[in-house]
Design a protein around this ligand. Structure first.
Ligand SMILES: C[S@@+](CC[C@H](N)C(=O)[O-])C[C@H]1O[C@@H](n2cnc3c(N)ncnc32)[C@H](O)[C@@H]1O
Length: 248
């Protein structure tokens, strides 16, 4: 599961790419029904309630945070390492007068510099797979930041892209994922959405800022970290995406 990559280079690749994508994100991936299904399921499986403090890791343009806020009278702390993605979210916070409910912090997901036991829920959608070598360390931090009984909820791709780039079995695994993703991108989105996803496909294959592991591997990491109960389910519209909920 461990991948040999330089974390600084990885971070740089993902940052440049999200910086370029920020203004188009909501008009591409953000328009896909399957993405909204993922976010809705993540909110449902988090068990969020009024009064909860939620950490959104890799908040991007705020799509997940806004779903939490529409579901409960909660407070959000949202972190991301792309200033451009956060700028889009900050503008929404301003327009929707949500400044008293949302705190934005420019921070890397591998740092998460908060006091232990701060959050009822820590949530992350399609972000943590960008961490190449430090997924377990990040999970340990997330575990510490949760209150006792708190929930970690993860929405991500169910595909293991680790291994040698010359391994044909690995390539077939990734292509099976991309088959679902690219067909839906065109059916459900438009040509621009398709182009973004098509370019992302190459990044998955060559591990250029994309280092996915399977739902089962994430569940293993959660158990190793100390979470008591871990469950996950595939997305109805796209079986190779999942939402996992782990209870501290
Ligand atoms: C695909 S977007 C997901 C945004 C949002 N969670 C959603 O589901 O729409 C991934 C986000 O993770 C952020 N990101 C990637 N690597 C990160 C890291 N190491 N630390 C913090 N944020 C990161 C990117 O800047 C981007 O905003």
């Amino acid at each position: 599961m461990k991948m040999k990559h330089n974390d600084k280079t990885n971070n740089h690749l993902a940052k440049a790419w999200f910086s370029d994508w920020a203004n188009e994100y909501d008009n591409t991936l953000g328009k896909l029904n399957r993405h909204h299904q993922l976010l809705d399921l993540a909110v449902r499986m988090s068990g969020v309630q009024d009064g909860y403090h939620v950490l959104d890791i890799g908040c991007g343009t705020g799509l997940l945070s806004l779903k939490f806020l529409s579901q409960a009278e909660c407070r959000i702390t949202a972190v991301d390492n792309s200033k451009k993605m956060m700028d889009v979210f900050r503008e929404k916070v301003r327009k929707l007068s949500l400044a008293d409910k949302v705190t934005l912090r420019h921070m890397d997901a591998s740092l998460l510099d908060f006091k232990p036991g701060t959050f009822h829920v820590a949530a992350s959608t399609v972000t943590l797979h960008h961490l190449a070598n430090n997924k377990l360390a990040a999970m340990r931090r997330i575990f510490r930041l949760l209150k006792p009984g708190g929930t970690f909820v993860l929405g991500d791709l169910d595909v293991d892209t680790s291994g040698r780039h010359t391994d044909v079995k690995r390539l077939k695994r990734i292509l099976a994922y991309l088959n679902e993703e690219l067909v839906l991108a065109l059916e459900d989105g438009d040509l621009d959405t398709f182009k973004r996803m098509y370019n992302n496909g190459r990044k998955h294959i060559l591990n250029e800022g994309e280092y996915c592991i399977s739902a089962g591997q994430w569940a293993q990491l959660c158990r190793k970290t100390g979470f008591k109960t871990v469950r996950w389910q595939p997305l109805p519209v796209m079986k190779k995406m999942f939402v996992l909920a782990a209870k501290k």
